[in-house]
Design a protein around this ligand. Structure first.
Ligand code: AHM
Ligand code: MG
Length: 280
């Protein structure tokens, strides 16, 4: 695990440099979700692949930017799924973006996850790594230094509602509005890494990406977006559900499968469950 952690750190430092200097023009290629890939997305994917190719314990990788999983080392035991540059369309407006890593043992799947990590490229570069506990690191002078452990409060104040509102179910809109009616404040940048990072570090709240009329299974991908954050939120004392079930109990059929998802502190997650049990 240590070597994977090191490879993620090396990748993050290289990605930060790529974000700082690269022209982010669009390539001619589309990724598996049909989005036009930015040259920067492809470059970040290649950086991570190259770093993991040097780690003998990595058996297989799966990336948001690759159609299929790729074998790295026959004798490795870890399966790593990653989104190399989540929220990459925010780079041109200079908002924070991130990389997300789900580390699985023996195979991909929520039940096989053993650790999870993300990196935020913002005014500062920070990394959050969860195994038994959730730990925050800060990049300083080329090294990631441990800052503190992260623990969510029972209840927060932030509301980050994702997806096109026009396409929300009425009960979902009522749920989102009910948090605002209780005094929650809107915090939504359109990057799940900084949005979920903010909720974690400010002690709590709720992030939602519901099923919508145009995307009934939501937008966010199970292996490299949903499961990694579900793992981190659970290890931080919060919860992660699809409205009814814990996200970490869901299966997946394909590398790019998506899921409806809610991440938050316990109070908000309980509220979501109540509303979705009655309506969804
Ligand atoms: P991406 O992987 O193509 O960058 O998309 C994922 C991003 C998430 O970071 C964010 O939570 C979501 O898309 C925002 O979607 P929307 O603009 O529909 O709210
Ligand atoms: Mg992405």
């Amino acid at each position: 695990m240590r070597d994977i952690f090191d490879a993620i750190q090396k990748s993050a430092i290289r990605i930060k440099d790529a974000i700082d200097v690269k022209d982010i023009g669009y390539s001619q290629q589309e990724n598996s979700s049909g989005e036009t890939q930015l040259q920067l997305d492809i470059q970040c994917d290649m950086i991570i692949e190259e770093e993991f190719s040097r780690v003998a314990s990595v058996h297989t990788i799966a990336s948001e930017e690759k159609a299929d999983a790729e074998l790295m080392h026959e004798d490795g035991e870890y399966f790593v799924a990653y989104d190399p540059l989540d929220g990459s369309s925010l780079v041109d407006v200079n908002l924070s973006v991130g990389s997300i890593f789900g580390i699985y043992k023996g195979d991909f799947g929520s039940a096989k996850m053993v650790a999870s990590c993300y990196v935020v490229y913002g005014p500062r570069v920070e990394m959050v790594f969860a195994e038994n506990k959730t730990k925050l690191y800060l990049l300083q002078s080329g090294e990631f230094e441990f800052v503190k452990e992260i623990r969510l409060n029972e209840k927060g104040k932030l509301n980050a509602p994702g997806g096109t509102q026009q396409n929300w179910a009425p009960y979902h809109k009522e749920l989102v509005d009910s948090f605002f009616a209780e005094g929650y404040r809107l915090r939504y940048s359109g990057g799940m890494v900084p949005d979920l990072h903010q909720i974690l570090l400010k002690g709590g709240g709720i992030f939602s990406y519901p099923g919508t009329s145009d995307k009934p299974e939501g937008k966010l991908r199970r292996l490299f977006e949903v499961f990694p954050f579900a793992f981190i939120y659970e290890k931080s004392g919060g919860g992660a559900i699809d409205g009814k079930n814990n996200l970490m109990t869901l299966g997946h059929a394909h590398v790019h499968d998506t899921a409806i998802c809610f991440f938050g502190s316990n109070y908000e997650i309980a509220r979501v469950k109540e509303v979705y049990a009655k309506n969804a």
